[in-house]
Design a protein around this ligand. Structure first.
Ligand code: BGC
Length: 421
């Protein structure tokens, strides 16, 4: 590790990420409606879907309860954000990525809820007061019900509603911001909502998924124009999801062919289309995936609580490639691990820092890192049992927050690097 120390520039963004629906509580959108309609079924099928997990015995009582699948009160971040920012500060962070909940701002079509507009204004100001650079994320998968009733992003003519929402954000908040992320993981959204149908609106058409994916390119480009028009100095990008995709047998023709295909479709297709409409390259990193023939074939260990194979150093080749492709500052907009016992997180963080330091030492301009997540939160169709937080939240006991040992360690590492910077 020593060899690479001291590579982080003094103004590096050390942050954590959250998304409105996963933490706020009391959201009413197409996801919350879907949760209530499917909680029973998800609980009943949990064993069948998740019984293969090495930690199944530990999670089964939770995974088999319908409650697990309802976001409900969230972790009451909506009310407690000041305390949560104070915790982020205690962890020596200097940046924070958060989502705006579209359904709060525009609960019915064209009608803005000014109280909510004010809420996020206060929220952003509080971040500034605490010395946390706000990274506003416009859209992280959830839709107001009126928008999803109209067909959401599957209809091109619906983009006008998204544009109006972006315009509102620009008008209200642009003066208080430097960094804006337009969309979170369009590839995951299109695949899960429209391809494999695991998430709302549960369509099973890869053709439609591609169409949605294309519409999201348009949505980003429009958003970029609106935001830059309002404030040309804004730094605008996306939070793409990139996987470190590798051939299982590097010299095998089929493995390397499928690897190249997957890399192009999953990692670069979207970013290539918006290469001129991004001021930084933002991406989330969770996975290394090995391909054998046309199938994923990952090692059995180590895996996190969700059974995802963990190779944190896989961030390094992605940083190199993203830099080679786009030559723009890079921000790791999410990265983390589901680890309730906190047995892997410190190792993961350490390997991740080494990966960034290696890339930095080779001239790659990495300017920020955001851990997923600050808090334990609502993990979409898995519900509450997976724990991604630097800080645990006990939802049974007054939503009590507690800093995990790995996070305390991370905080020290950050402060060492800041001093050396
Ligand atoms: C998403 C988060 C999610 C995390 C862990 C990312 O793909 O942006 O919302 O909680 O992964 O699954």
């Amino acid at each position: 590790m020593d060899k690479y120390k001291n590579q982080f520039p003094p103004n590096f963004f050390w942050g954590a990420s959250t998304a409105s629906h996963q933490v706020e509580g009391d959201n009413h959108n197409q996801w919350s409606v879907w949760e209530l309609a499917h909680a029973q079924d998800l609980a009943q099928t949990a064993h069948q879907r998740l019984g293969w997990l090495p930690g199944w015995e530990d999670v089964k009582t939770r995974a088999e309860k319908p409650d697990n699948y309802v976001s409900g009160k969230g972790v009451r971040h909506y009310e407690n954000y000041k305390e949560d920012f104070a915790i982020a500060k205690k962890l020596n962070l200097n940046a924070y990525r958060f989502g705006i909940e579209w359904a709060r701002l525009e609960p019915s079509e064209g009608k803005w809820d000014e109280k909510e507009v004010q809420h996020y204004r206060e929220y952003i100001r509080e971040l500034r007061r605490k010395g946390l650079e706000p990274f506003l994320n416009i859209w992280h998968w959830t839709l107001p019900n009126w928008f999803s009733d109209r067909g959401g992003f599957a209809k091109r003519e619906n983009l006008q509603y998204f544009e109006r929402f972006v315009q509102k954000i620009a008008d209200e908040y642009a003066d208080d911001l430097t960094y804006v992320i337009t969309l979170n993981e369009p590839n995951v959204y299109a695949s899960f909502g429209y391809g494999n149908g695991l998430w709302p609106p549960q369509e099973h058409s890869w053709l439609k998924a591609v169409w949605v994916y294309r519409n999201l390119v348009k949505a980003h480009k429009k958003a970029y124009r609106i935001l830059k028009h309002k404030r040309p100095t804004l730094m605008v990008g996306v939070a793409a999801q990139l996987a470190n995709i590798q051939a299982k047998r590097p010299h095998n023709f089929i493995d390397s062919f499928s690897t190249r295909l997957m890399r192009y479709g999953w990692n670069w297709w979207f970013l290539n289309r918006i290469r001129r409409q991004q001021d930084f390259v933002g991406f989330n990193y969770y996975f290394t995936d090995y391909y054998k023939n046309f199938r994923r074939d990952n090692p059995q260990v180590p895996v996190n609580d969700l059974g995802w194979y963990m190779e944190p150093e896989g961030l390094y080749p992605l940083l190199l490639r993203a830099w080679a492709h786009y030559r723009k500052p890079i921000i790791v907009t999410e990265n983390g691990v589901a680890d309730e016992q906190d047995q892997y997180r410190q190792w993961w963080l350490e390997e991740t820092m080494i990966a960034m330091e290696k890339a930095l030492s080779e001239g790659v301009q990495v300017v920020g890192y955001f851990h997923w997540s600050l808090l334990d939160n609502f993990e979409w169709a898995y519900g509450w049992w997976p724990k991604f937080g630097l800080v645990s939240v006990n939802r049974q006991q007054g939503m009590k927050r507690e800093i995990r040992p790995s996070a305390a360690w991370f905080a020290k590492e950050i402060s060492t690097r800041k001093k050396q910077g």
